[in-house]
Design a protein around this ligand. Structure first.
Ligand SMILES: N[C@@H](CCC(=O)N[C@@H](CS)C(=O)NCC(=O)O)C(=O)O
Length: 380
């Protein structure tokens, strides 16, 4: 890709420009495929992903629940924007703009669609009468900052983040332009927070929840590679102080985990349907084989050896458990989905050494030993 570009008279779409989001960006709206959205048991149905725009909403929902607003119980469904889920017909029906977050409120008739994260925050704050001050001057302060965030963040994400971190070429002009603007925005926040505990003054509000996942995350080093260093973000002391206070809130910590599909497995709650999911359904727990699973697999192996049926069974178990490890092992030892040159028995042995060996620690020693007795090959 060259820096010297003379725009043609009429632009045409060149698919696959090498950029990070080339596969999902397109110059036309509307659905690309038919796909209904799932609907869970709660009145509020959120379709989202844990990007900063998605996190704003899950933070507010968790804060509402923590404050005792039981009507804010929600189902959060994962929309994988990298896979194009936002272009499914059901999602486009909720948000014609094909971007997360999108919300359906089934507690009203007809059910109401709410899209644009700022609109969702305002809708929920008004619906529950929370996190938006009541008196007009303070409410206006909160809304000033909420709308500030909605207008400013595209410069941070789409401008700075894109050209500094994601773009396939580093263009000094673009990086300078957006770095300058983002540093100015950080300074705007820093000066305001020098005299105010929260964005709207003394009251924690939806303005804080909107700004925190974007600008707070920058000071924590959680965005765009080493942007924290490049922007010298720790020098915005008041933003750092405000970020730390908000980050310490348990509801915020929960909100950051919902619909998250990257990073630490224990920090990923890809779908949320109940408050107890934070304890039982995080990805580390879902991907962990239970002791019983392994014992079952071993006894099955002992009885049957490895055949097609067992292979399917293994696959089934692995989906419940060591999904990633299994598929890596499978890719390594199989060709075109078939078990390759290794005998079935060797394949099983190696798989089991990997699975059993992964579960180190006393609790698993006897199982690992049983696996090795049964299939005495050692994993690489
Ligand atoms: N102004 C929108 C922006 C939403 C947005 O940009 N969402 C991104 C993720 S942070 C998205 O869904 N991108 C998918 C796409 O562009 O196809 C809002 O605040 O809700």
């Amino acid at each position: 890709m060259s820096d010297d570009y003379t725009p043609p008279k009429v632009w045409t779409w060149e698919k696959g420009n090498g950029g990070e989001f080339a596969s999902i960006n397109r110059p036309i709206a509307g659905p690309t495929h038919e796909k209904e959205l799932p609907i869970g048991k709660h009145p509020l149905q959120l379709y989202s992903l844990a990007t900063p725009n998605g996190q704003k909403v899950t933070i507010l929902l968790e804060e509402l629940l923590a404050a005792g607003h039981t009507g804010a119980e929600y189902d959060a469904w994962l929309i994988q924007i990298g896979d194009g889920d936002q272009f499914g017909s059901g999602f486009v029906g909720v948000n014609p703009n094909s971007k997360i977050p999108a919300l359906m409120d089934h507690s009203v008739s007809p059910a109401l669609r709410v899209f644009e994260s700022g609109s969702i925050l305002l809708y929920l704050a008004e619906k529950f009468g929370a996190f938006l001050p009541n008196d007009l001057p303070a409410r206006t302060q909160a809304l000033n900052w909420l709308f500030w965030q909605m207008g400013s963040a595209p410069f941070l994400g789409g401008g700075f983040g894109h050209f500094f971190h994601y773009a396939p070429v580093k263009i000094k002009y673009a990086i300078d332009r957006y770095t300058m603007e983002v540093k100015r925005q950080m300074d705007v926040l820093d000066r305001h927070l020098a005299d105010n505990r929260f964005m709207a003054g003394t009251e924690y509000s939806i303005a804080d929840m909107a700004i925190f996942p974007w600008y707070g995350r920058i000071t924590q080093g959680g965005a765009y590679g080493d942007a924290v260093t490049f922007l010298d973000a720790k020098t915005y002391k008041n933003v750092v102080r405000w970020t730390e206070e908000i980050a310490a809130r348990p509801a915020v910590q929960r909100g950051l985990m919902v619909n998250r599909s990257s990073g630490e497995l224990s920090g990923q709650l890809r779908e949320r349907h109940d408050a107890s999911d934070f304890e039982t359904m995080t990805q580390d727990k879902l991907e962990r084989l239970t002791r019983k699973d392994v014992v079952d697999m071993l006894s099955y192996l002992e009885q049957h050896g490895l055949d097609e049926e067992l292979y399917a069974q293994l696959h089934h178990f692995s989906l419940k458990g060591e999904k990633e490890k299994f598929s890596r092992t499978r890719q390594y030892w199989s060709k075109d989905g078939e078990i390759g040159s290794e005998t079935n028995r060797d394949f099983a042995a190696r798989l089991y050494c990997v699975v059993a060996g992964h579960k180190r620690g006393e609790e698993w020693d006897d199982i690992a030993a049983a696996a090795l007795r049964l299939y005495p090959l050692k994993a690489d």
